[in-house]
Ligand binder design. Structure first.
Ligand code: PMP
Length: 387
């Protein structure tokens, strides 16, 4: 019989505490979620600014659905590229200070498309070990020599670059999705430049959240197109909507339009999603209080957790993981928090390295001090032991 190994694989995952199950949410996205018959406070969403269900974003979506319908009808290069997409691209280019921006239907596809377009056989792609799966998959699919450097280690990167052949592309998360720390972008940019390499940054978790105007880690570090040739951002996190974009030079964007397979051969985002994102982009820039409030909640969580004796990662971002180690233990803590009314997901291998299962707490401008204090009390009550 074919494929009999599949059920053995599932049994093995369950035995190792690595089986994943989905929760059915029966309420709007937001800070208070309704699931399995009870109401919980959500500490695991990427909706960092609380925009996923903002009335202005929802209204823009509805108005655009009336104007454009739901489906985009085709890929961008066929007949799916609308004025809504076009306007959003121009606004994202201005927002990021780049010549052009290009929408992709998801971040996963953007990363695969960019990397496989920029490098191929005879070239070299160099990635941080802790990069998001989509970046690693892009590197693997590219047919370029694929090198991983130790996390945030520019000395290791320089050694690998010195031995690299062909066109060289250095690729990093901006804010790392599972640890919450920031890549050393100025050093990475210097190192890449010294070896005539291009630098690509996926700032999915920094955009909207970091920088005075929400321009992310690049705004925080003051880095331009000359330092970071390829900037990728997702729209499903800080922007609260869906989709992704790549920003950079005219040359980069035209090359992607002509040759990136995950751009060419897929249906364009619904135009209403683009219009909703235009509304959220305005809020991202105008509502500086959201970033200020989020930063204060992050400080509150970190100092409260430190008082409880919990070990934190070096993260100033809304991603505040508590490393537990053992996968089953991490799941048990997540379940105990759920019983106390807090939704915090347990992140396990292969998403993170073996022995580093964690509770990935994420904070949002939609939280308030009482909610964060409640989570800290619950963490104290379940006596989290870290491995
Ligand atoms: N890059 C990073 C760093 C991410 O965290 C994610 C989403 N988890 C993606 C890319 C993929 O984006 P999308 O969800 O739009 O496919």
């Amino acid at each position: 019989m074919a494929f009999t190994h599949l059920s053995a694989k599932l049994t093995q995952l369950a035995e190792q505490g690595l089986y994943r199950s989905r929760r059915v949410i029966d309420s709007p996205q937001g800070i208070r979620l309704h699931l399995d018959g009870s109401s919980v406070i959500n500490f695991c969403s990427n909706d960092y600014l609380g925009l996923a269900n903002h009335p202005a974003v929802v209204a823009a979506f509805k108005t655009a659905a009336d104007a454009y319908g739901v489906g985009s009808g085709a890929a961008h290069l066929v007949c799916g590229h609308s004025t809504a997409h076009h306007a959003l691209e121009e606004e994202l280019a201005a927002f990021t200070g780049r010549e052009r921006a290009l929408l992709f239907s998801t971040g996963y596809m953007a990363n695969i498309g960019v990397i496989t377009t920029l490098v191929g056989r005879g070239d070299t792609v160099l990635e941080d070990r802790l990069n998001h799966a989509s970046l690693l998959d892009g590197g693997l699919a590219s047919n370029a020599a694929f090198k991983r450097y130790a996390h945030a280690d520019t000395t290791h990167l320089a050694l690998l670059l010195a031995a690299a052949a062909g066109n060289k592309l250095v690729v990093t998360d901006g804010v790392f999705s599972m640890d919450g720390d920031a890549a050393p972008l100025p050093e990475l940019a210097r190192t890449a430049k010294a070896h005539q390499a291009w630098l690509m940054v996926d700032d999915a978790h920094g955009l909207g959240v970091l920088g005075a105007h929400g321009g992310g880690l690049l705004e925080q570090f003051g880095l331009g197109q000359d330092d970071v040739q390829v900037l990728m951002g997702t729209l499903g996190k800080g922007f609260g909507t869906f989709g992704a974009f790549v920003a950079g030079s005219e040359l980069l964007i035209e090359t992607l339009i002509q040759t990136a397979r995950t751009y060419i051969y897929t249906t364009a985002l619904p135009p209403a999603v683009a219009e909703a994102t235009r509304a959220s982009l305005r809020l991202v820039q105008a509502d500086t209080w959201r970033r200020d409030k989020l930063a204060a909640l992050i400080r509150q969580f970190r100092s409260g957790a430190a008082q409880l004796g919990l070990q934190l990662m070096p993260s100033d971002s809304p991603i505040q993981p508590l490393i537990i180690g053992d996968s089953q233990q991490a799941v048990a803590y997540s379940q105990a928090l759920l019983a106390a009314g807090f939704l915090v997901s347990a992140i396990r291998p292969p998403t993170v390295a073996q022995g580093t299962a964690r509770l990935r707490v994420t904070l949002s401008a939609g939280h308030d001090e009482t909610m964060v204090a409640g989570l800290l009390d619950a963490l104290g009550a379940i006596r989290v032991a870290q491995g």
